[in-house]
Design a protein around this ligand. Structure first.
Ligand code: ADP
Ligand code: ASP
Ligand code: MG
Length: 482
């Protein structure tokens, strides 16, 4: 693999993304200003991407859903709260009164849009995915105005930019896919002149627009992905993801207080962690930066001196710890299709996954336990009935003649995944993992080895999530060391 820009030591363009907590209060926005100023000391061109203030996207979406269900109180109340929250930060951080007035007025306009949209949804009694995206986008549209004004107020030239002008997507609302060619052209066209004026563009994370200009979103937590897409379009030399923890850790610190920061991790490892539920990085973030040879760093807005985690193309075997991190996804169900009549019948698996694909449900894991007499895979628990009925319909003939005995779904389970590139060349790792789980009486229902060979996933009962993650974490950080 080619050396990354960090390895080459290029210092021209830096993209920094700040998550919801990192812009969620006056103090946090103050940190964003400080970090941006410091970055300018080393990097001539800095682009900032921001999420909505912490909790705002949830509040917007909940208001629209409630409006569709006939509740007009929630959105009116939310409008009031959102206005106060954004205004309070503007008042604390934008000292010039004329500029402060202008930001507050722009926020008021967006809040008026929010009320009008929710009112329309309330009258229609329905919120389409397209309407939900327009509502959800308001969070980032408000936060960029605030953060850009905070920079200007601190004497740092800046301009806010809505990514509807930069990230051109398909119309798959709520999980839109960027067209990288169109996005590269648009991003350069809009951002280059801003950068040429020595301004920091403050760009909305999470959102994009179709070719015809309809607002879309990239999926929850998608601002990391926005940073990667914009970073690869410019291209940037490095992309830094500023969040509320000291980088990518040995486990989610909310589950395991003893979790530690991992200083270096390969893209493949972090890809598995993100895919299997480590919320610290959106899983789609990795591909654009790898393809563009850009270094990715995850660091803490509230502890900027800590170097955080650097993601690198590949690690030397010496640097590889065996098990590096453990993660978990809640809310899954295992679906099993079983029957002796399946033995040797070609195409059963293809038809089974075809039936699942027809429901639009994604399958995070396929177990290796499947013999020719059964096929077993995971789906989100809320989709289990839909998937079972699609399979029953698709195999109605086989079920009628008893070639397939049954299709069934479990209750809610969790997937626990162990990640580490050294695992594949080290014998006995899975043995240690299973015996650690056994000691805590955690029953492993199914297993799967990640196709990139850097992970092993186990399906365990939902009630055992904490015990399972803790037990495995002790193999990474022994308790006496913690
Ligand atoms: P942001 O709003 O900055 O995007 P997120 O809440 O999306 O932040 O992601 C950061 C959170 O991810 C952390 O607060 C932490 O609880 C969670 N997390 C889950 N797994 C990990 C992990 N392995 N390392 C670090 N953080 C993790
Ligand atoms: N604000 C969006 C969300 O809450 C995107 C993000 O935070 O990354 O999902
Ligand atoms: Mg996030």
């Amino acid at each position: 693999m080619e050396a990354s820009n960090r390895e080459k030591g290029n210092h021209n363009t830096l993209v920094m993304k700040f998550g919801g907590t990192s812009v969620g209060s006056t103090e946090a926005v103050g940190q964003v200003v400080k970090i941006s100023r410091d970055a300018l000391a080393t990097w001539p061109r800095v682009v900032v991407i921001v999420s909505a203030l912490a909790g705002v996207t949830d509040r917007l979406l909940q208001s629209a859903t409630q409006a569709a269900a006939g509740n007009s109180q929630i959105f009116n109340q939310a409008a009031q709260e959102l206005r106060i929250r954004h205004h309070t930060i503007a008042e604390a951080i934008v000292s010039d009164l004329a500029q402060q007035f202008q930001v507050k007025q722009e926020i008021n306009y967006l809040i008026t849009d929010f009320i009008n949209l929710c009112q329309a949804i309330y009258v229609l009694g329905e919120a389409t995915e397209r309407a939900m995206d327009t509502v959800a986008a308001l969070g980032e549209r408000m936060s960029v105005r605030l953060v850009s004004a905070a920079l200007i107020s601190a004497g740092i030239p800046s301009q806010y930019v809505e990514a509807t002008q930069l990230i051109i997507t398909d119309d798959h609302f709520q999980a839109a896919h960027p067209d990288l060619v169109a996005t590269t052209a648009a991003t350069r066209q809009v951002l280059e002149p801003v950068l040429a004026q020595h301004k920091i563009p403050v760009v909305t994370g999470f959102i994009g627009a179709t070719r015809s200009g309809v607002t879309t979103t990239l999926g929850r937590g998608g601002s990391d992905f926005s940073a990667a897409v914009i970073g690869s379009a410019l291209p940037a030399d490095e992309v830094w993801i500023w969040t509320d923890v000291d980088g990518v850790m040995t486990a989610d610190p909310r589950l395991v207080p003893e979790a530690r920061t991992i200083p270096e991790l390969s893209f493949r490892e972090v890809g598995e962690l993100a895919y299997f539920g480590a919320k610290v990085l959106h899983p789609k973030t990795i591909r654009p930066v790898i393809e563009a040879g850009i270094s990715l760093r995850v660091c803490n807005t509230f502890n900027p001196e800590n170097p955080g985690t650097y993601l690198v193309s590949d690690l030397s075997p010496l640097k590889d710890g065996v098990i590096k991190s453990v993660t978990a996804i809640r809310g899954i169900s295992l679906i099993t299709l079983e029957g002796r009549g399946m033995l040797g019948v070609p195409g059963v698996a293809a038809r089974a996954f075809g039936a699942v694909a027809a429901t639009g449900v994604s399958v995070p894991l396929i177990t290796q336990a499947s013999s020719e007499q059964s096929i077993c895979f995971a789906v989100p628990v809320e989709s289990k009935d839909q998937v079972v009925s699609s399979l029953e319909k698709s195999f109605a003939n086989e079920i009628a003649c008893r070639d397939i005995d049954r299709v069934w779904a479990t209750e809610e389970l969790v997937i626990v995944t162990v990640v580490g590139a050294g695992m594949r060349s080290t014998p006995g790792v899975s043995g240690r993992v299973f015996s650690a789980l056994g000691k805590r009486s955690v029953n492993v229902i199914a297993i799967a080895q990640g196709s990139s060979e850097v992970s092993i996933s186990m399906v365990v009962p939902a009630k055992d999530i904490q015990a399972a993650v803790m037990a495995i974490h002790e193999l990474i950080v022994p308790q006496k060391e913690a």
